[in-house]
Design a protein around this ligand. Sequence first.
Ligand code: FAD
Length: 407
Amino acid sequence: MEALLNQAITDLKALHSFTDNELGILDMVDKAAEEIAVPELEHYLKHELNREGIEIAKKFGIIGIPIAKEYGGLAAGTLITSLTMERLGQMGMGFGTFYDVQVLLGALTIQRWGTEMQKQKYLKPAAKGDKILAFGLTEPEAGSDPASMKTTYEAQGDKFVINGSKYLISNGSIADAMILFARSKGDKSGISAFIIDTKSPGFSVSMRLEEKIGLFTSDTAMLEFNELEVPKANLLGELGKGMRVAYSALLNGRIGIASGCIGIIDGSLNAAIERARERKQFGKPIGRHQLIQRHIAEIRQNLEMARWPTYFAAIRKDAYEKDLSNQALLKEIDLQSALAKKIASRLAFESADHAVQVFGGFGYSLLSPAGRLFCDSRVTRIYEGTDEVQELKIASSVLGDDFRAFD
Ligand SMILES: Cc1cc2nc3c(=O)[nH]c(=O)nc-3n(C[C@H](O)[C@H](O)[C@H](O)COP(=O)(O)OP(=O)(O)OC[C@H]3O[C@@H](n4cnc5c(N)ncnc54)[C@H](O)[C@@H]3O)c2cc1C
């Protein structure tokens, strides 16, 4: 796989001065991705989790990229983490989804909202990859409208007792711990976030979703909580303020998924170029036929259109990290990350479709990179906020809060 991160780094130099440390991290990401891609392909074809990929990521230390050094990470910022997601996305979103949930929705959320005890117990091992994390917001009847969730918690002495279920949870059946959202029983104090241990009595995996149309190396599960006891010390953030925790995680996640989508576009472009040079029809490489060149030009344009809103969101997010009380900046990156995800995910889907067309019949197979990228690209328009939810966010930012069409 040809790595396009070098091109991204060169182009980004106009906007960001990379330190030697950052360049060293990205070089390591490149090496890790090259190694992960080998078992990723094997497991993708067998429709099973890429456990070796997780071990390789641990070996290279890339799971802790945005985590503070005192918790075992490399203390890099959003842009470097985004470029990591971009590099992983070049091979599809199976491993990228593991990484996004483990790092952006999981570890970074504990870093932002966790107590010192929570950081020592959960963040430190998660940054090394020794604890796998999941993020449980969605329920069978609460997807785009998570505030309508039915999972409940009730305070009992020094514990909370949780009952309910979560659905479509990435890393759900392999997680050691998860960030779980639940509403107060009787709705007295709203939604709260908790860190739960998946070994706790009352936690069970009721189903693993095997029949997906992509992401074959990513674990997706439905989870049940039956009188699950959580120590009060595991409340994440303030009681009743769980949606603030969820929204901050999803903001990171939107930039992460948009970055993975740039990787899908990179991967589609590389695959289409290679095929167009090698495959011959009518006595010449198909790349010499002008209609094939159009597909390649479209993907190249998509790459350009997806990159800049995403890089801009990542750079502004880094500015916000240095100024967490700046509400105007938070509003700006909330919009910018929605724009980036909406634009990049649609363009990733379209680019993988162009690559399938360049491949012809072989493109309609998981044996071709184009086929795999096509299957993985579809979910990026659904998870961590659907296209429609991003559109509502974008429209209300333009029309004003009085026109807000969702909560
Ligand atoms: C592979 C995979 C992995 C996932 N991983 C996780 C995870 O780790 N953790 C987690 O919590 N969730 C996860 N999800 C869930 C994902 O975030 C939800 O599927 C997504 O938020 C949409 O919710 P829904 O599926 O219930 O669709 P619905 O909310 O039922 O939406 C159905 C359709 O209606 C549209 N719609 C809904 N409301 C409106 C509105 N007000 N205006 C216009 N259109 C609207 C939607 O955009 C969509 O097109 C995952 C999903 C998948 C497929």
